[in-house]
Design a protein around this ligand. Sequence first.
Ligand SMILES: Cc1cc2nc3c(=O)[nH]c(=O)nc-3n(C[C@H](O)[C@H](O)[C@H](O)COP(=O)(O)O)c2cc1C
Length: 191
Amino acid sequence: MELAERIRTRRSVQVYEDRPVPLELVEELLDCAVWAPNHHLTQPWRFILVRGEGRRRIAEARRQFAESEAGDPERRKQRGEQAYTITMGVPAFLVVVMAEDPQPTIRDEDLVATSCVIQNFLLLAEERGLGVAVKSYAATCYPPFRDGVGIRPGERVVVTLQLGYPGRQPSARPRIPARERLTVLDGAPGA
Ligand SMILES: Cc1cc2nc3c(=O)[nH]c(=O)nc-3n(C[C@H](O)[C@H](O)[C@H](O)COP(=O)(O)O)c2cc1C
């Protein structure tokens, strides 16, 4: 498949087969994905693969987070259980972590570079038949999540990627044509 078609047909896969995700495949995809543009080659990223019983770390943190939110206690408990069950239904997670540089300019650049790595990973995974969904997870900044997966001081979770072989291929939602968002400046200033 042409790259252009791969970019257009990649989708966030949220339903998975009950089939493990091989470590070797994730390593191979990451090894290629990190060849992303990166100012000063800071390479600020690291990745945490969470699978098998390890998923309980994320599931438990998400349950506690849901239970800690405002509202009716019974409802919160239900939401917590739901979050736990949904999380355990995902074959694997790849937590994308970035070291936060004290300088805002470098931090911003690093976030862009890490985003490029993520998009590379999504496309490479799609090419190999592996489904991915990008997730921000409200629980990400919550200490039990950070502690559960081993986020160190000075690091932030950029996103968590859900990984698994697709159980269902989602349909696409249309995009606004980019030409509607394109400004072309080809005249001299003041002309
Ligand atoms: C930074 C980032 C965070 C996202 N977080 C979530 C999320 O928390 N939950 C979710 O369902 N989708 C999340 N998404 C996925 C988008 O909702 C998804 O890409 C969008 O709906 C377009 O669908 P597609 O990826 O299938 O083209 C996130 C995407 C990005 C780039």
